[in-house]
Design a protein around this ligand. Sequence first.
Ligand SMILES: Cc1ncc(COP(=O)(O)O)c(C=O)c1O
Length: 299
Amino acid sequence: MKIDNFKVEEWFNKYEHWAKYDLADTCVESLSVNELLALSGADVTDIFNRKLNYGAIHGSDRLKSAICSLYSAQKQENITVTHGAIGANQLVMLSLIEPNDKVISIVPTYQQHYSIPKSIGANVELFFLKEDENWLPNLDRLSEVVGGDTKIICMNNPNNPTGAVIPDDMLKKIVEIAQKSNAYILCDEVYRGLNHSGNPFSDSIADIYDKGVSTGSLSKTFSLAGLRLGWIAANADIIDNINRQREYNTISVGILDDYFASIAIENKDKIIKRNLDKIKFGKSILMDLANQEPRVQCI
Ligand SMILES: Cc1ncc(COP(=O)(O)O)c(C=O)c1O
């Protein structure tokens, strides 16, 4: 299967490990294992007796139940655990998209959201966000392009790279537009939980739409990209379908990753507070430097 080069990842591969100052990192400063344990106060003695077998295939009950706590309406049967959000997005697309399907990809976004559908042979239409619309989807334009034959809308909220967060009432309207075509919505929610003001969590697509598929991970909101642990949340039929595809590519995630991920999500309030403090501090430095409102809206 031919696929376009993943440009941002190639760029990172080239520069990120020797850069003295990395201003391009997309995660909040990572936690060490010691920091995670200190912050959570977790007793980890039980892990040393664990046999290093494959573990729970779709994710441990403990982890899936922790992931459910990030949503308002998801149960364990609605979750499958993946190799990062990158693995989650790929599995969703490989499971739901077929050649000649019409795919709307809202851009700018993470390149997976248009290059994978294109490599599958789908007809990908790019829907451009605009700076003068605060990088939020223009609903009139969106309802013009989402026609009866649209199979899936691929989007990312909060958005990388713009930082824009779709307000909850606007997300509901996007769902109404998708419903007219009975289209799926894949919403990459890897930054969900880091909104700067009010509730750090915006609504999740999986909680408000039966055909909404949410992908998330420990990389950004939890500062644990090294665990390489993500998930998919969606209705149980979609998850069953995805798990059929997943048997060929994952088996299970590492049991140590599953274990530390559970601890992290169980302590989400502490980690998110730490991260929001860091984000606010970084933002204040930028604001001082620019001495003006940033041109892009930050999450
Ligand atoms: C929008 C978006 N989705 C997915 C990913 C991949 O995340 P993960 O490290 O969980 O695989 C990234 C990484 O930068 C991202 O920015």
